[in-house]
Write a protein that binds this ligand. Structure first.
Ligand SMILES: Nc1nc2c(ncn2[C@@H]2O[C@H](COP(=O)(O)OP(=O)(O)OP(=O)(O)O)[C@@H](O)[C@H]2O)c(=O)[nH]1
Ligand SMILES: [Zn+2]
Length: 220
């Protein structure tokens, strides 16, 4: 395998991973290996990896992986929530419709959708920066995974970083592995949720959060 040619790349190519979570990457992906693997995939399906249209593709895929798997470079997603304000805000904070793209770990094709993330701050009223909630979703999504695991990972990180009285995470997604192949059910949506703390214990608090999360017009 090592004799397969790879496209030379500038060293700083993997730097895009630093853009994602605000956490310095500690390692970068093995671009040479990714390139060799992509060449082999082309060969396996009878494509000529040296034909002009695709000769650059292995290098492109290596750069692409820096982006779409950038979450793997963050060991603890709760690091993303390190910006905390003592706001004495003890009511619900909820961000809904956070778009994400992830990769199904079974088929390596995308699953895409929206995450809704809410928490009830601790008694000190500590909140995190709003953008950090969206960054957290990105860090948890940008890796090969399962929707259920991604949902739990978001909730775990919120609990660890903010010690809130409750956490609610709902993820809605379409899985391309169920649309473009296999069972072929375009449009089917999967909804997963994780509720912790007061949202689990108190049905009224949970119902209120869920109605806000859905943008339910009856909530007022
Ligand atoms: N629970 C869960 N399952 C997933 C997710 N993404 C993909 N899957 C499922 O993983 C399963 C893998 O099943 P297998 O029978 O091993 O693989 P397969 O032959 O490709 O299955 P089909 O997709 O049914 O053709 C499929 O049912 C997928 O729909 C996910 O995020 N969560
Ligand atoms: Zn899949």
């Amino acid at each position: 395998m090592s004799e397969l040619p790879v496209q030379p790349e500038p060293q700083e190519d993997a730097g895009s991973v630093a853009d994602l979570p605000g956490v310095e990457p500690r390692r970068v992906f093995d671009h040479d290996k990714i390139q060799r693997a992509v060449r082999m995939l082309f060969e396996a399906i009878g494509e000529d990896p040296d034909r002009p249209g695709i000769v650059e593709t292995p290098a492109r895929v290596a750069r692409e992986y820096d982006e779409i798997f950038a979450g793997l470079l963050v060991d603890d997603p709760s690091d993303v929530l390190s910006v905390v304000f003592d706001e004495r805000h003890d009511e619900l904070v909820l961000m809904r419709d956070i778009p994400f793209h992830s990769q199904c770990e079974h088929h390596l094709v995308p699953f895409v959708g929206h995450a809704h993330v809410g928490y009830l701050p601790n008694v000190a009223g500590q909140v995190t920066g709003l953008s950090k909630l969206a960054r957290l979703v990105d860090v948890c999504a940008k890796r090969p995974g399962l929707q259920e695991r991604m949902t739990t990972m978001i909730a775990d990180a919120l609990e660890r970083a903010l010690d809130p009285r409750g956490v609610i995470v709902v993820v809605e997604a379409r899985h391309f592995c169920m649309e473009m192949r296999g069972v072929r059910k375009p449009g089917a949506e999967t909804v997963t949720s994780t509720v912790r703390g007061i949202f689990r214990e108190d049905p009224r608090t949970r119902a209120e959060a869920l109605s806000l999360l859905r943008g339910d017009p009856r909530r007022n």
